[in-house]
Design a protein around this ligand. Structure first.
Ligand code: THU
Length: 139
């Protein structure tokens, strides 16, 4: 079992993700997830998964955290942590990798954690190589 993060920046993301996960609405999968990210101002934004009786309508924890960042005026993700008690590291789903890609750099850290601590750390490029983004559009 990994220990809780020692790095205070990572520990703040971990704590926020734990608190967010406690509010998850996941009656169908019973797989509660919390996510937390740090924006370019150093602020932490969190989200939880919100499922729906019409299953595909459910949203991931990362989507909530990104929405919270945008609402608060943040535009860049400096680091993100996703937390769930899975049978292995809980990494962002494919759609969420793209969602994160919009606001993060290739070398941005994405941490996968469970209740005990961070299991594995990735870069966005590692999770989503050769990605499509705003620059591709010339935006
Ligand atoms: N889920 C997330 O919220 N984030 C992830 O990174 C992986 C999956 C949610 C979606 C669904 O509510 C539940 O976990 C099971 O797939």
């Amino acid at each position: 079992m990994p220990p809780p993060p020692q790095d205070p920046d990572l520990a703040a993301l971990f704590d926020a993700a734990i608190a967010a996960r406690a509010r998850a609405y996941a009656p169908y999968s019973r797989f509660a997830v919390g996510a937390a990210l740090r924006d370019e101002h150093g602020r932490v934004h969190a989200g939880c998964n919100v499922e729906n009786a019409a299953y595909p309508v459910g949203t991931c924890a990362e989507a909530g955290a990104v929405a919270a960042m945008i609402l608060a005026g943040g535009r860049r993700i400096r680091a993100l942590l996703v937390l769930g008690d899975g049978a292995g590291p809980v990494t962002p789903c494919g759609a969420c990798r793209q969602r994160i890609r919009e606001f993060a750099d290739g070398d941005t850290s994405i941490h996968a954690a469970d209740s005990a601590g961070v299991n594995r750390s990735f870069t966005l490029d590692g999770l989503l190589p050769a990605s499509f983004g705003p620059e591709t559009l010339g935006a």
